[in-house]
Design a protein around this ligand. Sequence first.
Ligand SMILES: Cc1ncc(COP(=O)(O)O)c(C=O)c1O
Length: 348
Amino acid sequence: MERVDWGQARALATKGVPGGASRGGCSGGSDCGGRAPKAIIRTRNMPASRITDLIGNTPLLELSGLNAHYDTRIFAKLESANPGGSIKDRTALGLVRQAIHDGDLKPGMTIVESTSGNLGYSLAILAKVYGFNFTCIVDPKTPRNSILFYEAYGVKIELVDEADPDGGYQKNRIERAKEISASDANTINLDQYSNPAAQDIHYQTTGPEVYQQMDRRINALVASVSTGSHLSGIARYLKEVDREIKIIAVEPEGSVVFGGKYRPYKQNGAGLSFKAANYSADLSDVEIKVGDEEAFSMVQEVLDRDALLVGPSSGAALYAAVQYCMQRHDKNPRCVVILPDSGIKYLS
Ligand SMILES: Cc1ncc(COP(=O)(O)O)c(C=O)c1O
């Protein structure tokens, strides 16, 4: 099967044409004025030898439709291009590689982890690649598609259906994962909430990618927060290379990461009912809370304007990016938004 050459798209992006292959010219057909049609899909130069080699190096898309409407300069990092369909492939790879390196995780052992969906996809893939078992702790809000995916990969699924006192399930899910790992020496809980490896992988990969793809010309980075791993890892890198880059952290109204009382919300994957150690608040310049209605209306808007189907946490990040950029129209910032996954997972 032919694949889009993200490496080539990235090379084009660093020459100042973000979005690469799809922009700036005719891709064939009658509107080409008789010139030879160019390939619409580019092939990779070299095949990857393992699925894990395809994690990262995700494309950056200039949101031309949204930008034309709001007079902004927003670029979207499409983490749905990872093999597991989300940014959590990077996080899972960081956690697993560190545990193997430290001698804590050996083939035949079982990883037990609580997930709202995406981390489960990633660990299901990595468990197959590295020869581990994976027990996935889910709750009644886990999308049906996710359950079917875990089953296809032979993951053991455990349902926590007793809600936390605040109405969510996160605390009970995490508690159950810790309970299982404590009772079985052959089992490990990687703990994405406070394990530094979850943040480090974004400092090492996502941050440098964004900076290079933008040809070092970036004024603001907007990302959604749950554990804080991706936002704070990227922020750590960007602040190191350029202290002037503004970091805008986004979470759902109802989450407690920026303070306040927990109340359930519909933005799957984003926010938490407690504060996680991997969120380094000192690196954030602005914290914005986004309601479900605004997040979902932006999901529809970016589909209409840029033909992109994104998940609700991406909708929230985009909404915050538009708000931020419009308030700074005098400076017209070049702004990158991290889109953690696509909307495909939430259609069922
Ligand atoms: C869809 C989605 N958005 C945002 C996040 C937040 O990512 P992080 O845990 O790196 O803060 C997650 C994490 O699971 C997610 O699945």
